[in-house]
Write a protein that binds this ligand. Sequence first.
Ligand SMILES: Cc1ncc(C[n+]2csc(CCOP(=O)(O)OP(=O)(O)O)c2C)c(N)n1
Ligand SMILES: [Mg+2]
Length: 599
Amino acid sequence: MPRMKAIAAAVQILQREGVRHAFGVPGAAINPFYAALRERGTIDHVLARHVEAAAHMAEGYTRTRAGNIGVCVGTSGPAGTDMITGLYSAAADSIPILCITGQAPTARLHKEDFQAVDIAAIAQPVTKLATTVLEPAQVPGAFQQAFHLMRSGRPGPVLIDLPFDVQMAEIAFDIDTYEPLPVHKPAASRAQIDKVLDILAAAERPLIVAGGGIINADATDLLVEFAELVDVPVIPTLMGWGAIPDNHRLMAGMAGLQTAQRYGNANLLASDLVLGIGNRWANRHTGGLDTYTRGRRFIHVDIEPTQIGRIFAPDLGIVSDAKAALQLFVEAGRERRDAGQLPDRSDWVEQCRERKRTMLRRTHFDDVPIKPQRVYEEMNRAFGKDTRYVSTIGLSQIAGGQFLHVYRPRHWINAGQAGPLGWTLPAALGVCVADPETTVVALSGDYDFQFLIEELAVGAQFNLPYIHVLVNNSYLGLIRQAQRAFDIDYCVQLSFENVNSPEVGGYGVDHVKVAEGMGCKALRVSEPGEILPALEEAKKLMAQDRVPVVVEIILERVTNISMGTEIDNIVEFEELATRGEDAPTAISVLNLDQMQFLD
Ligand SMILES: Cc1ncc(C[n+]2csc(CCOP(=O)(O)OP(=O)(O)O)c2C)c(N)n1
Ligand SMILES: [Mg+2]
């Protein structure tokens, strides 16, 4: 049996489990891992400039491709605590990442040693497993179990904490005898699926709510096939956006309080049955449960048994992996179609499509300073169906959710539940590592952008080109809008006179200078007509210089974005679109004679 350091065995296991990239920040307690990484030479490492960012890079990496598991690495003490936010946002969105931390030697753990903190205890509520490995011979088993857990059931993150002496100790290990553990995923039975189809057949106005679980299960083709078979419109959740293309005739819009379309909410409110698959009835999707559930029945299919009935009691709950369920849905649906047993849904589908054509918000404003709605109109013009968008939180993300278009799974990459400011930039870098071929476009407000702004230098150092659309209102815009309820505008404004950059006109930070200082390219835009040319120029710069390109768009400081607390009572702040030219890049334009689907 070969003998090697326990940490060398860990690195071999990472490789065997499919890891090719890692994101991290070294430190004394994790140097044995870095030495093993270097010796093996099979895993590329991106050096982050903040450890939290390494965790978000790992998340972006996982979210980009089915089967990916992002790995983030840090030393003992503050590195682990910095990564807790990444573990939280990964856990919240059912995203597997593996966090590896160094630790003080086992003999000194109870001595308040330098940078010794009980990171396993801190990480426990935001991971599927968080463990400090105390026996060197248990290191292989800990990694084997980690991959098994991350991939089984509801996916999620794991933390492995490795004391210095445990990493260095020699163990007997032979990678040729190592096998990944089988992955466990519950599957619906045919009887359960037949029952769902019976209930569906009895409904007059059914909808499918498609959650992120369908994307995690890599089952979006099956979803679209099933929806087409039974001719039932689909409402994706924010995490499920892209599961069905925006321009598909059965895509009925997103419902919710913020990242939703007017027609999405209207369609949901008009339904009499909702079949939720791989979703979790998030409160920003449902709003008040009375409004959401009144007058309709619910079926809930989810991989995690304890999710059924968590938010409200469904009429039928089924525990299943989304792919396993959808395979049977398609099989059973085909049989019913061939037997001529499927009801005609064309009236209901047409009603949903009519709302999609007519219930639009206005995007076409010529105002200077620029109104945010116009930015998304121009982004729709500039970026094609392949674009992978990355965003996190704020008015920018909310308006992006309302106005942008997504055509493919994993092309809207968003920290949905946790919404940690600063996530966008490092997550976008992780997306670039996972998919260097596709255009990546990040969308941030000024404050989100500033939270982990130093990561721009990582993009420049490692040649990770992407476009960062930075919509600058010099405000904590979402919080400013929320403070209207308190009649205050307090501790939310970011403007100041920049003594070095009078040209930013009191907007404070000169993002162009900062980005250039970090080795990136940057453009600033103040007029609506300049947006599209700037985005086109950004594409060229990105290809030419192979670094992140920031396009800063100076916005009107105060613009309220549509939102509310009930899905039947969303507050609109701007006049609505009444003509095609008010919303020229809406997925189906108002004027029927101009009806077009964007390429
Ligand atoms: C770590 C963290 N702290 C605080 C918040 C609360 N929060 C949500 S959005 C926001 C302001 C965002 O401002 P900006 O990024 O400029 O976006 P805008 O709303 O102006 O478009 C804040 C403070 C958060 N989501 N995350
Ligand atoms: Mg802002």
